[in-house]
Design a protein around this ligand. Structure first.
Ligand SMILES: *Cc1c(COP(=O)(O)O)cnc(C)c1O
Length: 386
């Protein structure tokens, strides 16, 4: 590496680009975690997270990327014999069953094709048929498929049945209006490196009083562990001490990223994500390609999944975009590899002009590879939709 980055524009599915201000915050001297200034930054970060999450619940910052938070929820809550309704509309939903089994619980699943979303009526049916279901796990934005599950309706039904809800909002928080308190979220896990436009390495989690109670009653409660959410409640939130050394630089970056979101205003940030997604879909269709999700209403605002066109190897296409034009996008993930590729528009890159850069590189690359596309057709459609 000679220090020159090949990727000039990153429209990836996360991590995504950070703003100049966030990068400047990252370049500060390393903080000692009990430096009073850092303690203030940490407390303020927690407060800002509550604002961005739109919640009065506790919010904790665990160290390790978002998957650690999702596993921690399983480790701290599930016990042998517990039944967990696991909703599977994509790769991340499918994989949650692994944690459910690993921590001794039993998954009961509702599955839909990966270009579809979960129907809340099916959730109600399953809860009615299995009155001993104790937990429900759902992915809000299935980043690998570009879809958005109706978590408001799903969790509202779950709470009517007294079920504890675990929501993977890793890629949706900051990209769309989410109301954990009104919608009945008990544990909501978010990543800083998606719509919040900060660095990977932290799990941001809101926790309801009911969920804390479940964790305290776990036999034995998970404490003094890297997977313990209770440690963050009982050590940090209740005494102000840290359970261990903090990833101070990641927190400083997140602090700056959240400040910018709140300065811009949540509504404006959501609107920017929605516009970027709409412009992206218009551009994709304009150049004759197809969107992966079955319908526009179920598309997530943070990423657009595109069916790999006939006769094109998406890995070759993406490498061409990267090497020739410096535009980095994402491929299919796990089961969806080869079937689709993705243009991320999250955080800083949730901006129609970024999307138009990606669309230009995409149509030019398709043309370079011999695919019949009329240059400018995607960009023109995108500009019309803008
Ligand atoms: C990115 C993502 C994850 C994983 O987050 P990591 O930070 O990589 O652990 C989980 N779920 C969804 C929906 C995601 O988009």
């Amino acid at each position: 590496m000679d220090g020159v980055r090949t990727a000039k524009f990153m429209l990836t599915a996360g991590p995504v680009e950070a703003s100049d201000r966030t990068l400047r915050a990252l370049s500060q001297q390393v903080y000692y975690h009990y430096d009073p200034q850092f303690q203030e930054i940490f407390a303020e970060t927690t407060r800002m997270l509550q604002e961005v999450f739109q919640t009065k619940q506790d919010v904790i910052i665990m160290q390790g990327e978002a998957l650690l938070g999702l596993e921690a929820a399983a480790a701290c809550c599930f016990q042998p014999g517990d039944k967990v309704l696991n909703l599977v509309s994509g790769v991340f939903g499918h994989e949650y069953a692994w944690y459910i089994r690993m921590y001794g619980a039993e998954p009961i699943e509702i599955r839909v094709p990966y270009n579809e979303v979960i129907d809340p009526a099916d959730v109600e049916k399953a809860l009615k048929a299995n009155p001993d279901i104790k937990f429900l796990a759902v992915v809000h934005s299935e980043t690998p498929s570009g879809t958005l599950n109706p978590v408001k309706e799903i969790c509202t039904v779950a709470k009517e049945y007294g079920v504890i809800t675990i929501i993977d909002a890793v890629s949706s928080m900051g990209g769309v209006d989410i109301r954990p308190d009104e919608w009945g979220f008990d544990i909501c896990v978010v990543g800083p490196q998606k719509c919040l436009s900060s660095t990977p390495g932290l799990a941001l989690i809101s926790v309801s009083d009911e969920a804390w109670e479940v964790m305290r009653k776990h036999d034995p409660p998970v404490r003094y562990s890297y997977l313990s959410m209770l440690d963050w409640k009982e050590i940090y939130l209740e005494t102000g001490r840290f359970p261990y050394t903090i990833f101070t630089s990641e927190v400083v970056a997140l602090h700056e990223a959240l400040k910018q979101i709140l300065e811009e205003g949540l509504e404006n940030v959501w609107k920017r994500h929605a516009t970027a997604a709409r412009v992206c879909r218009a551009g994709i269709r304009g150049m004759g390609l197809e969107i992966w999700p079955a319908r526009d209403e179920i598309c997530t605002p943070c990423v657009t999944a595109i069916k790999t066109p006939e006769g094109i190897d998406d890995a070759v296409l993406r490498e061409h975009m990267y090497k020739r034009y410096g535009v980095l996008i994402s491929g299919g993930f796990k089961d969806l590899m080869g079937k689709l590729f993705r243009i991320g528009h999250m955080g800083k890159t949730a901006d129609p002009m970024y999307v138009i850069v990606a669309l230009s590189a995409l149509e030019k690359s398709l043309k370079d590879l011999g695919y019949p596309v009329k240059l400018g057709s995607g960009v023109a459609a995108a500009l019309e939709a803008f």
